[in-house]
Ligand binder design. Structure first.
Ligand SMILES: Nc1ncnc2c1ncn2[C@@H]1O[C@H](COP(=O)(O)OP(=O)(O)O)[C@@H](O)[C@H]1O
Ligand SMILES: [Mg+2]
Length: 179
C-alpha cells in the first residue's frame, strides 16, 4: 500500500494520526510535510513526538529552523521547518547544508519531520513518507491528510497506520486506502 487518505475532524485527531506513526517509527525515517500555514503540520508533529516518547512540548521551529528532541529507544526526533530557509543566504539548499540537514537525513537513529518539505525536495531520500494536509472547505476544523510512501521503509509505517485506522472506529471512519 502506497497511499492513504484520512479525514480528521479536530486537531486532536490529526495529532492522533501523528502519534500512531510515532509509535511505529524506527529511526532513519523521513516524513515530508506539505500544506499551507495553519494546515496542521506542527500539530501533526506534536503527535508524532508524543508517539515516539518525547517528553517535552513540541513548538513550531519556524524561527530556529530545527529542533532536536530526545525520544525513547535511543531515537530522536528532528523537527525542521524550512519556511525561513534561504532568508540569509538567498539559497535554501545552502542554508540546509549549513545546519547539517544531510547528517540528520543519514542518521539511522533520527526520525526527521520536515515542514514545507517541497523547499528541500532535492535533499529528500526517495523512500520518505509524504504527508499533505489541507483544510476541508466549509469545515474550519476538518483536514484532509494525503499520505504517500516512496519506498519500503515508509510503506511499513503507512501500513501500521492503516491497520490502526481499520481497527479503530474513533479515527476517521471515512478513510480510504489505495495501492
Ligand atoms: N483537524 C485539524 N487538524 C490540525 N489542526 C487543526 C485541525 N482543526 C483545527 N486545527 C487548528 O489549526 C491550527 C494548525 O496550526 P499548525 O499545526 O501550527 O499548522 P502549520 O504548522 O501547518 O502552520 C492549530 O491551531 C490547530 O488547533
Ligand atoms: Mg508549522
Amino acid at each position: 500500500m502506497k497511499n492513504l487518505t484520512i479525514e480528521t475532524r479536530t486537531a486532536r485527531e490529526t495529532r492522533l494520526v501523528g502519534e500512531v506513526l510515532g509509535r511505529n517509527a524506527q529511526g532513519g525515517q523521513v516524513l515530508a510535510l506539505h500544506g499551507d500555514l495553519g494546515a496542521g503540520k506542527t500539530t501533526f508533529v506534536q503527535g508524532l513526538a508524543a508517539g515516539m516518547g518525547v517528553q517535552v512540548r513540541v513548538t513550531s521551529p519556524t524561527f530556529v529552523l530545527v529542533n532536536d528532541y530526545n525520544a525513547g529507544h535511543k531515537m530522536h526526533l528532528v523537527h525542521v521547518d524550512t519556511y525561513r530557509l534561504g532568508n540569509s543566504t538567498g539559497d535554501v539548499l545552502d542554508d540546509a547544508a549549513t545546519f547539517g540537514m544531510d547528517d540528520f537525513l543519514d542518521d539511522p537513529a533520527a526520525v526527521v519531520a520536515i515542514e514545507w518539505a517541497e523547499r528541500v525536495a532535492p535533499l529528500l531520500p526517495v523512500d520518505h513518507l509524504s504527508v499533505s494536509l489541507a483544510v476541508v472547505e466549509g469545515s474550519p476544523d476538518g483536514r484532509i491528510l494525503c499520505l504517500h510512501a516512496g519506498g519500503p521503509q515508509s510503506e511499513s509505517l503507512l501500513m501500521a497506520l492503516a491497520e490502526h485506522v481499520a481497527a479503530s472506529k474513533k479515527l476517521a471512519p471515512d478513510q480510504q486506502a489505495s495501492t
